[in-house]
Ligand binder design. Structure first.
Ligand SMILES: O=c1[nH]c(=O)c2nc[nH]c2[nH]1
Length: 590
């Protein structure tokens, strides 16, 4: 395997200076010595450091943390709707910081000799054949990748974990693909080859490689439900769904009339996603078309695969009604679809907020859009809490139930992606299974708003399986981290006397999410031909994780499950060492 050496380049001079500064800073703060050192222009881990072990790791350029003028939470009282005003006063949250996503990939030498051995009892799965042409591929992108000096062919070496089957239905030994010493070969952002290092070395020995030892490389996380405009109103105190919407959400979203503000939040939001290891998401914007434009522009500049849409509301949204009345949602939505749907890696979702805020006429318009553009998504909320379900029954007395409202409008298809579904009946699960619709299970949100416990076993019932992903549902959700989301999903299952295994949890956050969003032809695993969106997890990222996990690469399914479970429960953005989009390093944690 050839190494890319940088010699005494300007870059290594820059690195030396940076290292010197870091050492000085640490000396000043009386902290321990840095665990890495500079050798031949490359930063390498010191062998005596337990955290780094023998691993070689790469370091990117400065991780600037832009500050955001934080949106104060809205507290406008609700006058004349179901939504009730809350008298409580809440202080604005402190400023949050995010990382610069435009970092450059650097190539480090692989260790010599390889400390990794063949995978013991684990089954190694054959590499899957190339997929048919992917509409998400780089050549269709409207602008070049962020780092244009990246080599056309590059490789990542380390321990890889992904899924080839759904571990809810297939035995874990057959659904988990684990390659303890693997090589991922990437050409122009697309996975060209993947498999054990020893098998691929002879063919790809000449290309530059970045090695991550003692780490776990997985596909990027896929968040199947999140609201970017609600970033600044996370942790809004004290309400349940309908009051929370009125008290905090609508006033907050009103600020997105201002495109410059929307852009600022969109940039921060996307940096948060990447630093938490999320590379794709299904995203609510607001009723204002400019909020959708701001989001898509920011996502396009980062070459991300994102799905989003303008919220459709024409009633029961008191703080917004004057803004939404003059411009019918249909016209705006149609124009946005024509501009953004399938532009590069972007996709559009027709987004009626929920049945309470859309008249039957507006739901019909949503259907019309689906007929005109059959491959757009339909993204909405469904059956979150009991008060909401009772209100929908009042608003739509002719319907058999909440899902039936959408069904009668012709919206329940294989593009129908609903969030929550906490209150769904068995018959509704069956209908969703039949229609091949998808549910986003949003545990941190459901717990935060006190909505209830999602019936995981009914969604994943073998007799009527429903496509299922995980959603952070920021800002009712309490974390951008899909690892924190798996943590809470596990606890929700426990409270219902159900189980969620470590591999099932990770599946939901990766390939399960890709399947829910019908993106599994392009994302969610390391199959040849898929887009190279992946993350590097550090099982020893925090003192607690380092105490809990050994530095050894797992060599049995049990040892791997244990390591994955520690990340599923204890992990968060600190466990995400690096995030790659189309093979480019876009976030790295220091
Ligand atoms: O969690 C939620 N967040 C929202 O913004 C929303 N709107 C309707 N229903 C909702 N649920």
């Amino acid at each position: 395997m050839a190494l890319q050496t940088t010699g005494e380049s300007a870059y290594s001079v820059w690195l030396s200076a940076r290292l010197r500064q870091a050492r000085q800073r640490l000396r000043r703060s009386n902290r321990a010595e840095l665990p890495w050192t500079l050798r031949k222009g490359l930063l390498v881990g010191r062998s005596r450091s337990r955290r780094i072990g023998r691993g070689v790791f790469c370091i990117g350029r400065g991780n600037h943390a832009p500050t955001l003028s934080h949106p104060p939470l809205g507290r406008e009282p609700n006058q004349n709707s179901k939504f009730k005003a809350c008298p409580r006063v809440r202080k604005a949250a402190p400023q949050e910081q995010g990382g610069d996503s435009k970092l450059k990939t650097h190539h480090c030498p692989p260790p010599s000799p390889s400390p990794l051995s063949p995978p013991g009892r684990l089954r190694l799965h054959p590499i899957t054949p190339p997929l048919p042409h992917s509409p998400l591929r780089l050549p269709q992108m409207s602008s070049p990748p962020a780092s244009t000096d990246a080599p056309r062919l590059q490789a990542i070496r380390g321990a890889f974990l992904d899924f080839i089957e759904d571990p809810f239905y297939a035995p874990e030994a057959e659904s988990v693909r684990y390659v303890p010493d693997g090589l991922l070969v990437i050409e122009s952002g697309i996975i060209k080859a993947f498999g054990p290092y020893n098998d691929l070395e002879s063919t790809y020995g000449h290309i530059p490689v970045t090695a991550y030892l003692g780490r776990l490389i997985t596909p990027g996380f896929i968040d199947t439900h999140i609201h970017y405009p609600q970033t600044g109103m996370m942790a809004a105190y004290g309400e349940q769904l309908l009051q929370w919407l009125s008290q905090y959400t609508f006033p907050t979203e009103k600020r997105f009339q201002d495109k410059a503000y929307a852009k600022e939040v969109a940039e921060f939001f996307l940096d948060q996603l990447l630093s938490h290891g999320t590379t794709t998401a299904l995203v609510f914007a607001t009723v204002f078309p400019q909020s959708v434009e701001a989001f898509f522009e920011a996502a396009e500049a980062r070459h991300l695969c994102m799905i989003a849409g303008k919220v459709m509301m024409d009633r029961h949204a008191p703080n917004l009604s004057s803004a939404i009345r003059p411009r019918p949602s249909y016209t705006d939505t149609k124009a946005l679809i024509q501009t953004w749907h399938k532009r590069g890696r972007l996709r559009y979702a027709v987004t009626p907020r929920f049945a309470a805020t859309s008249s039957e006429a507006q739901l019909q318009r949503a259907r019309q859009l689906l007929q005109e553009f059959p491959d757009v998504y339909l993204h909405t909320h469904l059956s979150e809490n009991q008060e909401e379900v009772a209100w929908i029954a009042e608003l739509f007395p002719q319907s058999k139930g909440y899902l039936d409202v959408y069904d009668q409008a012709g919206l329940v298809t294989d593009r129908f992606c609903l969030s929550h579904g906490v209150q769904l009946s068995e018959a509704e699960f069956q209908r969703l299974s039949q229609a091949q619709s998808a549910i986003a299970f949003c545990p941190t949100s459901n717990l935060f708003l006190g909505s209830g416990l999602f019936k995981l076993e009914q969604a994943k019932s073998p007799s009527h399986p429903v496509k299922l992903g995980l959603g952070t549902d920021v800002g009712a959700g309490t974390s951008f981290s899909m690892l924190q989301t798996t943590n809470e999903a596990y606890k929700v299952a426990q409270l219902r006397r159900q189980s969620l295994s470590p591999f099932q949890a990770l599946f939901l956050a990766t390939l399960g999410g890709a399947r829910a969003l019908s993106l599994d032809g392009h994302l969610g695993s390391f199959d040849q031909g898929k887009d190279a969106d992946f993350i590097v997890l550090d099982p020893q990222a925090t003192p607690l994780l380092a105490f809990r996990n050994t530095a050894a690469v797992p060599r049995s399914l049990e040892a791997l499950a244990d390591q994955v479970f520690s990340l599923v429960i204890l992990g968060d953005d600190r466990a995400v060492q690096a995030t790659y989009v189309l093979g480019q390093l876009v976030h790295e944690r220091y």
